[in-house]
Design a protein around this ligand. Sequence first.
Ligand SMILES: [Zn+2]
Length: 507
Amino acid sequence: MKKKGKKAKEKIIVFDTTLRDGEQAPGASLTSEQKLEIAYQLEKLGVDVIEAGFPIASPDDFKAVDLISRKIKKSSICGLARCLTKDIEAASESLKRAKHSRIHIFLATSKIHLKYKFKKAEDEILNLAKKATKFARNLCPDVEFSPEDATRSQKDFLYRVVETVIKEGARTINIPDTVGYSYPQEVHSLITDIRNNVPNINKATIAIHCHDDLGMAVANSLSAVLAGARQVHCTINGIGERAGNASLEEIVMALNTRKDAFKNLKMGIETKEIARTSRLVSSLTGFIIPPNKAIVGKNAFAHESGIHQDAILKKRSTYEIMNPKDVGIDKSQIVLGKHSGRHALAKRLEKVGFKFSKERIAIIFKQFKVLADKKKEIFDDDLIALAEEQTKPKVKIYDLISTKAITETGVEPYAEVKIKHKGRIRKAESTGDGPVDACYKAIDKITGVKTKLLNYKLDAITIGKDAQGRVKVEIIAKGKIVSGRGSSTDILESSVKAYLDALNRVG
Ligand SMILES: [Zn+2]
């Protein structure tokens, strides 16, 4: 008797848009080199498609897509374009050197967008979509089409657009919940309806792109998968416009952990690289991961309650549904100290997600020794803070030399700051509401840049009185929202470093 063959597993394509939609988050601004660093890590993580940017949007975006196209060999590189000839040409040009490339074109199909954004009739939109797909298809064999605001579009019209672009050669149809308005059952019905009503739908892969405005991005994406979508758009740490995009790590781990619900599906993700990727994206964008964030938050695997701890020691699965090791979290916090050598430092840095050249390791090693003199035990989080300093833009417009602040009850705080700017050392002093405010005002005198502080956050990196303080600031300067980070055992110094980091990102 013949053995019944097991049904082959279907692959879910992971389309990561950290470098495009994620980077659109206010304050994220990454340089091309930083984007490449993230792209290398995404490749290691095993994502199938890296959406590297929107090439027509700016020369920087173009440069980043071009750079990533030259270097990344395993993942496919994707560039975004509107349904305009110049957009599609720019995308194609920036992807020229990619081993595998994809052009992603989009056009809104919802009534509200048609009426207020384009002032165009349905037939015009249909024609535009048709022409653009044809044009893109001539430049690149792999074309993905997104009817923007699909979840709020009239279904009949949506079916017509989808059918048309598939006829013109679009291989992937992405269904975006652009404004994060849908809920899981609705997404499920929409995907099912598209499958049932678009005659040529089996010639394309259905993708889903969800935003988290109502906190349902991941649930909606998974619901689409259950209805037959075979590609998910997501970002690391869920970063993105407004409330963000569906988070890659949550989708991947939900599929992995609930194999009973997501039967016969597989992904090409190397889950052990998740924590490392998450940390790198957080460092380079300056977006701190909330401690309670699923999968990658600091507390995601921390058990506080005594009853839980006791049960976990007896059997892990009583309260832990995933093994932290599977996402690359190494709980054995090896503590380095004053006597640790350069090799141990480099190895540990690599373990927490940072691979540096010998020259950079030499720089970090020097700082490590200084820090080890100030505090006895150097934890992983301290190393991450040191490494983060190295991931800041290489060319520092403003570099801190020294700060001094005087505070006394009843007296207005006063500060002096010395900064290196274009090879010159410049000094300024100011008073302020507090020592940090006084320092920032002194810096403003030196730079002459008008800024507005939107956010200031200080937290301790590790435990103990000698812990380093990390400051994150968000400012508006020259019309841009940028964030900066700084860390030191002296919180005033961390504050100044963070402010200068943000100013350096403004350029
Ligand atoms: Zn989006």
